[in-house]
Design a binder for this molecule. Sequence first.
Ligand code: PXL
Length: 277
Amino acid sequence: MKLKKTLTIAGSDTSGGAGIQADLKTFQEHGTYGMTALTVVVTMDPDNNWSHNVYSLPVDILKAQIKTALSTGIDAIKTGMLSTEEVIQTAGEAIAESGLDHVVIDPVMVCKGEDEVLNPGTVDAMVTYLLPKAEIITPNLFEAGQLAGMKTPSTIEQMKTVAEKLHSLGPRNVVIKGGKQLQHDKAADLFYDGKTFTLLEAEKTDTHYNHGAGCTFAASITANLANGMDVKEAVVEAKEFVTAAIAHGWRLNEYVGPVMHGAKTKFGAPEITITEV
Ligand code: PXL
């Protein structure tokens, strides 16, 4: 049996819920063969309230990893945490050279609970090197506002305006994750393909145990594209996958609760409502 190959260019979340760990677990659940190119290693300090430390890998090591993976004939690629402008440029150029269509850009800017943008120049670098190559980008509300150069949206109407601006920057599709900040009674994400706005809604789960949800959502889309789904189908399945993962989020320790990446496979798909808005 020949598996589709998915590559993540992202950071290692030592705690296992987000980053390449989330991506690999999600790729596995979707029946694709996952590969990795590591950008950074993130550790958490148990003696200092689980505060994050980010250790960047040298760019030549990143380039060697990407070369290794791409030489095997990758079907879809995803980017996650990219620490510097140089790293973003490296990823963008490698993606361009690969000629791949299935490119999912998750423009990770901060980890949950951390409030500093990794490095301000990275926003401009993402706009220059990554957005034009993307089949889809998957920002949260904050990242969407930063990339668009607009205020962080907090309503569906504002998300539509920001999505239009983001689409004009080159990605063929945009999905903005509503998350907890959105003023809405459902857990809602907005998908825009340049023509139609589609709202994906699920019941909200009242939980703090959602670490890794964003990575898991983008990795699901990546695997679905590799497996031949069209973009909208890929996003809808990813919404089911991550909604189940959040509903079964669990407590790792007093600081963090990761999503359960395998929850949809184990417990089935939750109900998602799909509406043109
Ligand atoms: O959830 C964002 C994220 C992405 N990638 C890595 C992370 C985190 C947050 O902890 O550690 C590697």
